[in-house]
Design a protein around this ligand. Structure first.
Ligand code: GLU
Ligand code: MG
Length: 464
């Protein structure tokens, strides 16, 4: 980072100070998401923001090798106690945290002490992939859906520590549930709106205590930031109501889990390439190639998008999680659900929903992987197989074989092997980051070896 850039950032921070003070801000949280999908933070008092903007705030690179239980894996390119990085807040995304009075928030990019981008920084990587797409005249619009299970913070007497006791009881999608969380949901919508989040919908979901917020599509870096911010905000609003939010892929070993579905569309010259074409479901040739690229790389992408042992408790057939490597029009059992939107709005609405991924994923790493996979499809002019119009889980093994339907990896270890065999993905992440992704995943597998589904769900319930 050059001196002029440091000066520009300091000036930008100084210009923000009066407004922040007026909003009652006394400190700024500087978050980033680690390889295992856990958001780690430092924070500075408001008066230190200009210095932090110019020079960053120190933080060890060892966090690249952190596991869900805060143990540290001895990675090939991460895990050393030696060295330091600088956390540089992106003040273009500076946000006053509506549910944490006194605090603002600005996601960071990590640089080394010589001002060079840290090679394992996921946010800078995503930015680079977005820029590469832009160099080809393409823009991606993305959104991450947020599902969570709302539990009681104050557990009934006799409960085990860390147990999940649903905070609401009514039927799935039911008005009864909505009434039960009415004040909480009002405070949440108010906070998200104050933070500038484009909330599109809120609803009670299917699983015990489960709720969902969906947000407007944005540039991928902004969408990843939004998914982090929305989850912070849900956590903070939940705490104020004496609730506790779990974003774990599998809060309880039984039943339906939390997905972190990614919606994605690809644009050129203001036109959505997922609509108005002669291909299947109205895809243009480039739209089809991009989706075909996603489909081809889903097995390896799971090492990033379904990154915990608990992810594979969620990713099972007939749970709307998308356990098969297929695409289908409005098929909620397809890993890629294609959505055209209602007639009349398709040019803006058409998109592909990646359903097999969850919220333990680092959203920057995940979106970077999805863009790399889609670009590879574009580069090779990939074509889609026929869409699948049934729940593949309802077919026999023989029926699936005849239809060419393959299951996605059913364990984290299997996903890591698929990732390591995928040159497009490992090429996009680079040697160091690819190695760290694999090392961290294998570290988690080893940490939970021999655990029952209940023990896995308990270990990961409150982490992400
Ligand atoms: N909760 C489901 C999942 O694990 C998704 C339900 C839905 O389609 O919204 O992904
Ligand atoms: Mg949902």
């Amino acid at each position: 980072m050059r001196q002029e850039e440091r000066d520009r950032r300091r000036a930008q921070a100084e210009r923000s100070l009066d407004g922040l003070r007026e909003a009652g801000v006394v400190g700024v949280v500087l978050p980033w998401v680690d390889t295992g999908g856990v958001t780690r933070v430092k924070s500075v008092p408001l008066q230190r923001l200009p210095a932090a903007a110019a020079w960053g705030v120190g933080m060890s690179p060892v966090f690249d090798a952190f596991l869900f239980d805060d143990s540290i894996v001895a990675g090939r390119f991460a895990g050393s106690a030696v060295g330091d990085l600088r956390l540089h807040p992106d003040l273009d995304r500076l946000t006053v945290l509506a549910a944490q009075p006194g605090w603002a928030w600005a996601p960071v990019d990590r640089y080394d002490q010589d001002g060079r981008p840290h090679v394992q920084d996921s946010r800078l990587l995503l930015r680079r992939l977005v820029d590469e797409l832009a160099a080809d005249g393409l823009t991606a619009r993305t959104a991450v859906e947020v599902e969570w299970a709302l539990g009681l913070a104050d557990l009934p007497e006799g409960s085990e520590a860390g147990a999940f006791v649903p905070a609401l009881t009514g039927p799935a999608y039911g008005m009864t549930r909505h009434v039960e969380v009415s004040d909480y949901a009002r405070d949440l919508l108010t906070a998200l709106t104050a933070e500038g989040v484009g909330v599109e919908q809120f609803h009670p979901e299917y699983a015990a205590g489960q709720l969902e917020v969906s947000v407007a599509a944005e540039d991928p870096v902004a969408a990843a930031d939004t998914s982090v911010l929305v989850r912070h905000t849900i956590r903070a609003v939940s705490a104020r109501h004496r609730f506790r939010a779990s974003f774990s892929p599998k809060v309880l070993a039984e039943g339906v889990g939390n997905g972190g579905h990614v919606h994605l569309s690809l644009w050129r010259d203001g036109a959505n390439l997922m609509s108005g074409g002669d291909g299947p479901a109205g895809l243009t040739p480039d739209g089809e190639a991009f989706v075909a690229g996603l489909l081809a790389h889903l097995p390896g992408l799971l090492a990033v998008g379904a990154p915990t042992v608990a992810s594979y408790l969620r990713l099972v057939p007939s749970h709307w999680a998308g356990a098969f490597a297929v695409w289908g029009l409005e098929n909620r059992e397809a890993a890629l659900r294609f959505v055209t939107g209602p007639a009349g709005s398709r040019q803006s609405a058409a998109n592909v929903e990646v359903k097999c991924v969850d919220e333990a994923a680092n959203p920057y790493l995940l979106l970077a992987g999805l863009l790399a996979a889609g670009r590879a499809g574009l580069a090779s002019g990939a074509r889609l197989p026929d869409p699948v119009e049934v729940d593949p889980g309802s077919l026999t093994d023989e029926g699936r074989r005849a239809a060419g339907i393959r299951a996605l990896p059913s364990s984290l270890e299997e996903a890591v092997r698929a990732f390591e065999a995928d040159d497009v993905l490992t090429g996009a992440y680079g040697e160091e980051l690819s190695a760290t992704i694999a090392d961290v995943r294998r570290g988690e597998v080893a940490a939970l070896v021999g655990c029952s589904p209940e023990e896995v769900a308990t270990a990961l319930r409150w982490v992400h």
